[in-house]
Design a protein around this ligand. Sequence first.
Ligand code: GRF
Length: 190
Amino acid sequence: MKNLVILVSGSGTNLQRIIDAIDNGEIRNAKVSLVIADRECYGLERAKNHNIENILIPRGKNFSDELAKQIPQNTDLIVLAGFLSILKPAFCEKWSGKIINIHPALLPKFGGKGMWGHHVHNAVIEAKEKESGATVHFVTSGIDEGEIILQKSFDITEDDTPETVAEKVHLIEYEIFPIAINKVLNNVTI
Ligand code: GRF
């Protein structure tokens, strides 16, 4: 059984999707052993509701060092699921190849510092992009720069707003995140 540690900062709908995908067998041979939040958030409540071990480590400059102490050594994959703190390079290197993130756009476009949440969708609409989507990628010390594991796009229509794009991106995330996790954990080809 592979151990997943999930990091959250927000409502945790992707965390919920992962929990459900393990329950229904879309992600095989895995359990969420720990949920860590960097602030009070509904993601933490979801962990409690499912009796999953959970910790709050307040965000700030010592976050990565505290996180390093709390991650069990037998962790197979660290999953950033709507997680907003930037992890220190030393942490990313120590867990290299074992940390993945979901980003609400088609990387390498619309990534990097400041590109999170509504900022991404505002920028996409502002740039009159023809498509957007979601990307699951490995985490390295360069923000949103690690190797892409899986990406899926959708067409943007004239009626789309940052809000409707956000909703469509979320649906794509729920589709690709379990597939990407299963691929990385169990070496399944997509
Ligand atoms: C997702 O859109 C994810 O791509 C981004 O933050 C959002 C998290 O949503 N990094 P939720 O907390 O999983 O509902």
